[in-house]
Design a protein around this ligand. Structure first.
Ligand code: 5RP
Length: 224
């Protein structure tokens, strides 16, 4: 069984006719968007998507999902993947370098659902490096500041392009290795207070529900 597909497909079943839906980024969200497009066609649903990246925008358009923007519509429900999920439903995101727009869309939604396979569940965040989107001229000074606060920083290099990854917003990404993050909320705020940082990949306080694909089936974790 493909566990990402299980989570993505189950999330698509939660979307109601007329919903404005935040469309996350990544391979798990790919399945969600695929199944959503199928439902829209088969059930003749009215639905608008708000993409979090070029990836989700292109996929949604290819599959015939109508798109809108945050300017025009309030988002009813956002569905997105994650790189790590802790027991308090704090996340690390940004494996696809889309965490800035993801955080904007996911935070703006009335309800935010995370879809993962069970390999993403951790007791404590931090094995996955925290992606930090940085304005290009600031990358060296931000990297030094990250090192000072204990997050060994590496600039993310591109594949099939020489040089660094350039985000959808035209910026660089520093991946900061913290290993054990004891206070995710504090670190999220600290990272965003460094001049030159656009947004970091720690997401706290915004998740309503996590759908986990496991070999025993779907596991649902709700906010307390
Ligand atoms: C992109 C993300 C993704 O949601 C995250 O990396 C998980 O990806 P996948 O579903 O491919 O494992 O945050 O910026």
């Amino acid at each position: 069984m493909n566990l990402k597909k299980l989570a993505g497909y189950e999330a698509a079943k939660l979307i109601a006719d007329g919903d404005v839906v935040g469309l996350g980024t990544g391979s798990t969200t790919h399945y969600f968007i695929e199944k959503l497009a199928q439902r829209i066609k088969e059930e003749e649903m009215e639905m608008l998507g708000v993409p979090t990246s070029y990836q989700s925008s292109f996929l949604a358009r290819d599959l015939g999902i109508d798109l809108t923007t945050l300017d025009e519509h309030q988002i009813d429900i956002a569905v997105d993947g994650a790189d790590e999920v802790d027991p308090q439903m704090n996340l690390i995101k940004g494996g696809g370098a889309a965490h800035t727009m993801e955080k904007i869309v996911d935070s703006a939604a009335e309800k935010f659902i995370v879809i993962v396979d069970d390999s993403k569940l951790v007791n404590e965040l931090g094995k996955f490096p925290v992606p930090v989107e940085v304005i290009p001229p600031a990358f060296r000074v931000v990297g030094e500041r990250l090192d000072e606060i204990g997050g060994t920083a590496n600039i993310r290099m591109a594949e099939k392009k020489d040089g660094p990854v350039i985000t959808d917003n035209g910026n660089f990404v520093l991946d900061a290795e913290f290993n054990n993050i004891k206070k995710p909320e504090e670190l999220e705020i600290t990272l965003n207070s460094i001049p030159g940082v656009v947004e970091n990949g720690i997401f706290t306080r915004i998740v309503d529900q996590v759908l986990v694909g496991t070999s025993e089936g779907l596991k649902i974790i709700n906010k307390d």
